[in-house]
Design a protein around this ligand. Sequence first.
Ligand SMILES: C[S@@+](CC[C@H](N)C(=O)[O-])C[C@H]1O[C@@H](n2cnc3c(N)ncnc32)[C@H](O)[C@@H]1O
Length: 182
Amino acid sequence: MGTLSYIKNFIKDRQVASITPTSRFTIERVCRHIDFDRDIRIIEFGPADGVFTKVILDKLTAGSEIIAIETNSDFARSLRLHGDPRLSVVNRSAEDVREIASMKSWDRVDYIISGIPFSFLKKDVKRKILQESSQLLGEKGLFLGYQTSSHLRSHLRNYFPKVETEMEYLNIPPMCVYRAGK
Ligand SMILES: C[S@@+](CC[C@H](N)C(=O)[O-])C[C@H]1O[C@@H](n2cnc3c(N)ncnc32)[C@H](O)[C@@H]1O
């Protein structure tokens, strides 16, 4: 897995949008905003083969849970092999996030982590994903996104009053990390 699996899937599926996994430095920068000391519910958009998911699982308490939503069926299949009971993998689009959360009777989540390529998505798909994410996160939740462009900032501002951006240069290419909340 890793870069080779990204290249293979990128050739078949342009929504993969990257030929290299996110760096450890970016993952740690995003994780700084997560309270791993308590039981939490996380939804991850676009986990690919789980470079981020596996780090999160290592940090999560036994009572925490994560739903990983991935459109690419090869990636979803490979991530299921991880077999951690706290992880549910759903081979669908993030635009169905509320319906997917309701299948687990989740009406609130603590964090949404997103690596999906928002600049590739149609306007109405982008809108649905951010609107449903904002509803699911409630007043206290955080949307944590990472993207190679600054594209996401203005879209996040339509749904979250507080949006902050940081850069992580130890990533190929450099990554914008977004933190959005209410
Ligand atoms: C740039 S890769 C990020 C992969 C990984 N999280 C990482 O950090 O290296 C984007 C991933 O989002 C997935 N994806 C794209 N559009 C999606 C959507 N609408 N819903 C869920 N996953 C999506 C792609 O298949 C791909 O695995």
